[in-house]
Design a protein around this ligand. Structure first.
Ligand SMILES: C[S@@+](CC[C@H](N)C(=O)[O-])C[C@H]1O[C@@H](n2cnc3c(N)ncnc32)[C@H](O)[C@@H]1O
Length: 525
């Protein structure tokens, strides 16, 4: 034990040194965010509770880093119980340091890309305990070639199609299936995002249909587990083998793994039908839908603001526009992020431009390059500077034609902020903004456009705009947070569909033109 403590303290120093020697981008690309020692210990202690008392452990960590889980294994399990231990690490520096640290141990550590390794062919060589904090690498950092290669392998092994938006951690989970022995236990420390988003469906399919899902513990987002990666995390536990038909999964939340703040069991059949899994365990931050089931999506078309992929290039201040002599016809007023808006009501000048301190314009042009070159030399010159900076090669630019055109959006009447922190003063998270101007907005906002009936009611009664805005602002923060998702550090996000799910029963009731029509319809049914 003394010996392990000694290695562990060197390991923490090495970890710190290696982390600081890399840039943030390098670490993001390889998902290099280590598990804090105490959390690794909790995970291994819980694993010990789940495993048969004297069963032999064949340990595997497919994304080893410097070995926080291996250290925790050695501290938690008696040596006599550990039959073998293996790890993979793609990064030469981490692998070399880990190799030096653990060189007198039983560990088989390979400096290699885990996703390219052939799994063991016999069950006896597969892991009975697989613990992993896989690289949380967003799909943008994965090449199409890699996505295809990984997808083919997973389709062959499991018949699962992972969405192209899946992060590398999803591929790690599915590929590891072939590395786990029958009845083997796995624990994955992953972002809880998969529980709610579309790309998580493949992982949910895997957890419900290919293994026996035992438990999902979600940490309280207010209690960030990692200093340097702001994600809310979950630990997912499962055993290899089919679940019995009435199997129930334990969902726990908050506190620690060993002593959670809330818990409940949810039947697999319920999970198959449930959209968002972060609803479990039900701990009261999800309001029941009230009233007659009318939702905001019944009243508004809700869209994300536009994503330029290179705001610095496409969004320009008036001074910069003047300096570059850019033609006005290709410039659309666009709101700055909400932190620059001192008022939640945006007034407009005679041209429809917003009266705000920090004005800015979005550059968007649909003309082909040849026409721009001949007719608009100043714009052409500016686009050329963009090309030299590789703006035209960026992910979103490549998917637009021409690359300097933007998605089309009408100026929205209302906006809702997309990413929010809870205000310390009023407990509110999301801001609703009333927009009288011609400005559109980037993807830091959701844009709300009244649907046909509501638009007609507003046309008849323009004062309705103000009262609608008041009603939107009075939606309870818990109702909004309950539909959105929450990230580490109490960061709340809401997608258009999620905002659309928020109950609008009260708004509907208070707008006579709409509620009268609904009453007539009900009478006719
Ligand atoms: C989230 S860290 C976890 C490290 C360590 N297991 C821990 O918990 O502290 C993920 C590790 O996976 C490594 N990694 C990234 N892609 C990999 C790959 N394709 N194969 C193996 N390791 C990889 C990264 O370099 C990083 O060290």
């Amino acid at each position: 034990m003394q010996h392990i403590e000694h290695i562990e303290s060197s390991r923490l120093k090495v970890q710190k040194h290696l982390d600081s020697s890399k840039t943030q981008l390098e670490r993001n690309k390889l998902g290099q965010f280590a598990t804090p020692g105490p959390l690794a210990i909790q995970i291994l202690e819980f694993a010990r509770k789940l495993l048969p008392p004297n069963g032999k452990v064949r340990f595997l960590d497919p994304a080893f880093g410097t070995g926080s889980f291996y250290a925790a294994l050695l501290k938690t399990f008696p040596r006599s119980q550990i039959k073998s231990a293996a790890g993979y690490e793609i990064d030469e520096d981490y692998a070399a340091s880990a190799g030096e640290l653990w060189n007198d141990e039983m560990l088989q550590l390979k400096n290699a890309d885990f996703t390219e390794q052939p799994p063991p062919s016999s069950d006896a060589d597969r892991a009975s305990l697989l613990i992993c904090n896989p690289p949380y690498v967003r799909h943008h950092h994965l090449s199409n070639r890699d996505k295809n290669r990984l997808n083919v392998a997973i389709r062959q092994a499991l018949g699962i199609n992972l969405s192209g938006l899946s992060g590398l951690y999803c591929y790690f989970i599915c590929l590891s299936h072939s590395w786990l022995s029958e009845k083997g236990l796995a624990a994955w420390l992953i972002p809880s995002e998969f529980m709610d988003v579309n790309y998580g469906r493949g992982i949910k399919d895997y957890l419900l249909n290919h293994v026996t899902l035992l438990r999902i513990h979600r940490f309280d987002p207010a209690d960030v587990q990692f200093d340097d990666a702001l994600v809310s995390s979950a630990v997912v536990w499962f055993k290899k083998g089919q679940p019995v038909p009435d199997h129930a999964v334990e969902f726990t939340f908050g506190g620690s793994l060993l002593k959670s703040a809330a818990s409940s069991f949810v039947a697999v059949n319920v999970l198959r039908e449930a959209g968002k899994w972060t609803r479990f365990p039900q701990i009261g931050n999800h309001e029941e839908k009230t009233g007659d089931g009318i939702k905001l999506s019944d009243l508004f078309t809700i869209k994300r603001g536009i994503a330029t992929g290179a705001n610095k290039f496409f969004i320009l201040s008036p001074e910069r526009v003047a300096e570059l002599h850019l033609p006005k016809r290709f410039l659309i007023p666009i709101l700055p992020s909400a932190r620059y808006l001192t008022s939640d009501e945006i007034l407009a000048d005679a041209h429809g431009d917003p009266i705000i301190e920090r004005r800015q314009y979005l550059l968007s042009c649909r003309l082909l390059e040849a026409e721009v070159e001949s007719k608009y030399p100043t714009l052409w010159k500016y686009l050329e500077t963009g090309k030299r900076k590789g703006i035209n090669e960026k992910y979103l630019s490549r998917h637009r034609s021409p690359w300097y055109s933007q998605e089309e959006r009408e100026p929205p009447l209302f906006l809702c902020t997309y990413i929010n922190r809870k205000s310390k003063t009023n407990g509110k998270t999301f801001r609703f903004i009333l927009n009288h101007s011609k400005a559109i907005a980037a993807n830091v906002y959701l844009l709300l456009y009244p649907k046909k009936e509501l638009a007609a009611a507003i046309k008849k009664e323009p004062n309705l705009i103000q009262s609608l805005w008041e009603m939107l602002k009075s939606i309870k923060p818990e109702a909004l947070r309950g539909e959105g998702r929450v990230y580490g550090g109490e960061l709340y996000k809401m997608e258009p569909k999620e905002l659309g799910n928020v109950s609008a029963a009260e708004i509907h009731l208070k707008i006579p033109a709409l509620s009268a029509k609904a009453a007539v319809q009900r009478a006719l049914w």
